[in-house]
Design a protein around this ligand. Sequence first.
Ligand SMILES: [Mn+2]
Length: 314
Amino acid sequence: MKQRIIEKIKQYETIIIHRHVRPDPDAIGSQAGLKELILENTEGKTVLLAGEDDGEFSFLKKMDHVKDEDYQNALVIVCDTANVPRIDDQRYKDGKTLIKIDHHPEVDAYGDESWVDVEASSTSEMICELFEEWSKEGARLSDEAARLLYAGIVGDTGRFRHPNTTDRTFYWAGKLIEGRFSRTSLYNAMYEKSIDLVRMEGYVLSNVELMPSGAAYIKLPKDLLETYKVDAGMTASIVNSFSTLKGVKAWVFFVEEEDEIRVRLRSKGPVINDLAARYHGGGHPMASGATAYSWDEAERLLKELDEICERYKE
Ligand SMILES: [Mn+2]
């Protein structure tokens, strides 16, 4: 599969790389890291990054302006996205050939070629594996590619703490830090928080509820977010703020938006992506997202999470 993907990359003059909406460091890291890898090892290709520019992680890479006509005869590669509606920029289907590269459990099987590896910590780690295959023909990895892929791995493993971290992950982390980039600046940029968000985190820590089952939750209604001058998207960076709470097995953030409640689920044992899937979402077994359309629906989800934690045996 890796060889087939490399062959496709060599065949096409224009390559457009997509990733999921509301990108995280792995989405941008794998997308932009792949672009760097291609540019470093080929000549005369146009490689474009599609998707909306994201304020939070734009220090990783700015997106390109992709025109409709760019898709004619283009190879399109989608990174880190299990389901088609979550692909940022739905023109992904307008190219000549489509390739999926992802580490999430498969939701939509799309693409003329599809490489899904749920054992990989991150899509960025998969791009490292693609590089390894390509390096048999002498391919090289630039410092910038190393910085981007390292950011993706760090992001998806929660700085090598999550159980998706394997010996392969550490192997690649070791290889990537041979690149010349400042890990200190990268960490600072990835994890810095505004004073508003720090105060919001203070609220979360003071108001988290821990149920006897080991399920924990926090509700962040719209007016509260307004008081703290924090928007729903920003709460992603504080979702692990009480992960070290003694007795917690799985937890949920309910973040109210205009006409829906965004649900961020995390776990230290019980599998929660089936639950997320029942509430218009999905994701990894230990980290998922969902949507509730009312506080009643949010309550039902919480009750199910409570039962899942109750049943869970280590
Ligand atoms: Mn990922």
